[in-house]
Design a protein around this ligand. Sequence first.
Ligand code: ADP
Length: 168
Amino acid sequence: MTAAIYPGSFDPVTYGHLDIIRRAAEIFDELTVSVLNNKTKTPLFSVEERVKMLEEATKDLPNVTIDSFSGLLIDYAKEKNIHVAIRGLRAITDFEYELQIAQTNRKFSGGDLDTMFLTTSLEYAYLSSSTVKEIASFNGDISQCVPDFVAKLIYEKYGLKDRSYYEQ
Ligand code: ADP
């Protein structure tokens, strides 16, 4: 059986992440999408909220499991007995950072954890969780970036009503 982990902040999950999740779930028998509890970042959504959103957004994918972890990815992967990490690449700027992390993980896991990169689908190449949050905070339209239920939750965080409320 082939298995992989897709780790990330997912604050919140976007169509870019969901595209990578769908494609990885076709390649691997089991895919664990895991929310990193990163104490150095101040997220908009709690780990629990991010896990819930991912569960809802992937409920039609039977071989995808949502989890969370803190600490080192190599320790978490070892605990789960998984040897492949998935990461998405949008641009050369992602590549430089990701290459360094991938090599560090391979080295420090004693060759036990490899990273597989999926390049973004072109329609999502511009998309990042931070851009989505910035647009939403000014009550901009994020319907092309995240599922509707996620958009609603983001607007709520900024104390705004869902855009459809104003458009009626
Ligand atoms: P990080 O884990 O670096 O804090 P994210 O949670 O936003 O960042 O992203 C998790 C992974 O998904 C990263 O590998 C990132 O490059 C990738 N990713 C994010 N947005 C997209 C996108 N639009 N298309 C492809 N991959 C993406």
